[in-house]
Design a protein around this ligand. Structure first.
Ligand code: ZN
Length: 66
């Protein structure tokens, strides 16, 4: 329990990422860190409170579907 995942196409400007990347981590804090880095380095997003809230909003419980 506690495992979460997010698809980066749910980020603002997610279409910039050619491949739909699913990021997963064992807890919300680690996923926020991971997804934040991906959004900033690949999508060119700013590390704002709003972006971090968007990540949390789109997190889903469990492990990514195959
Ligand atoms: Zn992406």
């Amino acid at each position: 329990m506690g495992s979460k995942y997010i698809n980066c196409h749910d980020f603002p400007g997610g279409s910039k990422c050619v491949h739909s990347v699913t990021l997963s981590a064992g807890n919300e804090k680690d996923l926020l860190e991971l997804a934040g880095r991906h959004g900033i380095s690949v999508h060119g997003l700013a590390n704002t409170g709003e972006f971090r809230r968007t990540i949390v909003d789109h997190m889903k419980e469990g492990t990514p579907p195959a």
